[in-house]
Design a protein around this ligand. Structure first.
Ligand code: PLP
Length: 299
């Protein structure tokens, strides 16, 4: 495709544009009210990873918020494939968004809005730099902010309500770390700024059962753990139990399986990625070559 698209491509108002030229209308309430849901899929080595699972989650999120994307699954798939093909990116971060959109005739009734669809593909994003798998994430359990309660903002609907995470990020930086972990009102571990969490406690691999996005990477790890004969469980993960973990890792489409090597300034285990984290990380990236998970892009 023509120049301008190498840095990424966007689909806005029915047109493909270079990412630098992509614009949204100021009065879209996706922006002014965070009335929106979205999803992020990775392209790895020229193929989408678990595209159907991401689109299914996106459709579920739209339904819960009573949003109607103007594009069905087949049309959405075509748009995403087009975006990646136009950008030429072999490794990409691909986002699909549905907003409440624009009011018809100035009404404030959410039923009177024309919902809007946006999508874009940019180079792959790493929450933890790929050259740092052993160094890992320096995490901080936030003390000044908790995760917004799930009965206020449903964490299983992927959302832009990041006020709690942003506060957590600032707290983490002030305390010498970079990666916040938020507790819920009961003091259980939830998730961080764009990642789910796992802890190896004794022989068990634990992850929070609720209060989090049901991450596709988390699901992949649970499946890979089952295949590897690892006992994995989704539980209410109390902060004290979490602190006894010999390994902790985070999961996200933006970075995969990422070791947490320190917590509140103290090393986890020997301060390097542990054996279960390393095994699951390797299997996660190997799974990207398996046809069952891949939707190849025809460049
Ligand atoms: N939790 C939150 C709040 C997120 O924003 C994300 C991803 O962006 C995740 C968890 C990880 O989800 P996934 O593995 O589907 O990327």
């Amino acid at each position: 495709m023509t120049s301008g698209f190498e840095r990424g491509a966007a689909f806005v108002e029915g047109e493909y544009v270079p990412i630098a030229e992509a614009r949204i209308p100021l009065v879209d309430v996706g922006f002014t009210r965070s009335d929106v849901t979205y999803d992020v899929v990775a392209v790895w080595d020229g193929a989408f990873f678990r595209l159907e699972d991401h689109l299914e989650r996106f459709e579920r999120g739209c339904a819960r918020l009573r949003l109607r994307s103007p594009h069905d699954r087949a049309a959405t798939t075509k748009i995403l494939l087009d975006l990646v093909r136009m950008s030429g990116l072999r490794e990409a971060y691909v986002e699909v968004i549905c907003t409440r959109g624009m009011s018809r005739g100035g009404s404030r009734d959410p039923r009177d809005f024309d919902n809007r669809f946006y999508a874009y593909a940019i180079p792959y994003v790493w929450i933890l730099r790929p050259e740092d798998p052993a160094t890992g994430m320096d995490a901080v359990i936030a003390r000044t902010v908790r995760r917004i309660p799930g009965d206020s903002v449903d964490p299983t609907v992927k959302n832009y309500q990041w006020g709690d995470f942003t506060r957590g990020l600032y707290e983490a930086y002030e305390r010498g770390g970079r990666y916040p972990i938020l507790l819920d009102q009961a003091g259980n571990i939830t998730e961080g700024a764009g990642y789910n969490l796992f802890a190896v406690v004794g022989e068990r691999l634990l992850t929070p059962a609720s209060g989090t996005l049901e991450g596709i990477t988390r699901r992949t790890v649970l499946e890979l753990a089952a295949e590897a004969g690892i006992r994995a469980e989704a539980v209410d993960l109390d902060e004290d139990l979490f602190r006894t973990a010999r390994e902790i890792f985070a999961t996200s489409t933006a970075g995969g399986v990422m070791p947490v090597t320190s917590l509140d300034g103290e090393p986890i285990g020997d301060g390097r990625a542990g054996p279960m984290t390393t095994l699951l990380r390797e299997r996660y990236w190997r799974a990207h070559r398996e046809p069952r998970y891949r939707t190849p892009v025809d460049y």
